[in-house]
Write a protein of this length. Structure first.
Length: 280
């Protein structure tokens, strides 16, 4: 998540209490402006099957950033379909992690597993392939120093932005054995411990879903958490459809948009035969 609030930073920069107060005031501004909504199927945001197909392409078959050497440029770039094809075992770490966070992740794991068919669950005994780090300021500095010491920071420029830039409250990173295959083999989620309330829960929902393969954000996708305007705080019915499409067995990791499009349209028409209705 990149907070869509850069123009507000001069106004908020003088808040007392550092980043925690800044994020708290930002959440209050969003809520006052009608943001951070919790509805899953809002009546004022209808969408057709054609909209859903377009939105799937925008979110699952594009990325928000493009690499140019060691630089990371914010630019929409077409990509191949990506998803996991092995069990996902997550571990929650960091001094900022709470019992409430663990409960939220456990509930979300069950929900996402039911939607996608993925085997998703927490692990404490085995090595995780999805690490979730909820870190405070000092932990973030130590983590970045360790990355820089072993040269890994050049491969993870978004992590450096997350550490240094208040406009990045949380991010997700995925890894591949072979990027062209589209098969995700590992992932990391980074959340700042200063976040509270719905803004924190929004990061938990968005980054977990994005590390399953819905890796883009787009200002035209609604009603969705995959939109930096923060209108919706939590996964919507629309977003659950995107996940169901992504993990339909008729699609394959590595597909490009042109190959996937007719299959996606058929999947959507089966899920919503009259262009409407809840998840079945």
């Amino acid at each position: 998540m990149r907070a869509a609030w850069l123009l507000s930073l001069p106004l908020l920069a003088g808040c007392a209490g550092g980043d925690a107060a800044l994020y708290r005031d930002y959440a209050a501004l969003l809520a006052a402006d009608g943001g951070l909504r919790e509805e899953t199927a809002p009546a004022d945001a209808p969408y057709t099957n054609a909209d859903l197909a377009t939105n799937f392409e925008r979110i699952a078959l594009n990325r928000e950033y493009r690499r140019e050497g060691e630089a990371l440029l914010q630019e929409r770039t077409a990509t191949r379909l990506s998803r996991w094809d092995e069990p996902v075992r997550w571990r929650l770490v960091g001094q900022g992690a709470t019992a409430e966070d663990r409960s939220e992740y456990r509930a979300l794991s069950s929900r996402l597993s039911a939607i996608t068919g993925l085997d998703l669950g927490e692990t404490r005994a085995e090595e995780p392939n999805l690490s979730i780090l909820i870190l405070g300021p000092e932990e973030r500095r130590v983590f970045l120093s360790a990355l820089e010491a072993d040269g890994a920071s050049a491969r993870m420029p978004l992590v450096a932005r997350w550490v240094r830039d208040v406009a990045y409250p949380c991010i997700g990173q995925v890894g591949y054995g072979d990027a062209a295959s589209g098969r995700i083999t590992g992932a990391m989620i980074f959340i700042k411990a200063e976040l509270q309330g719905l803004l924190r829960r929004s990061c938990i929902h968005e980054e977990f879903a994005q590390t399953l393969g819905l890796m883009n954000d787009d200002d035209d996708v609604r009603p969705s958490i995959f939109n930096d305007d923060q209108e919706f705080a939590l996964l919507t019915e629309h977003d659950e459809y995107l996940l169901r499409i992504l993990y339909d067995e008729r699609l394959r990791p590595g597909m490009e948009a042109a190959e996937a499009a007719p299959i996606v349209a058929a999947i959507i028409d089966e899920m919503r035969p009259e262009g409407r209705g809840g998840l079945r």
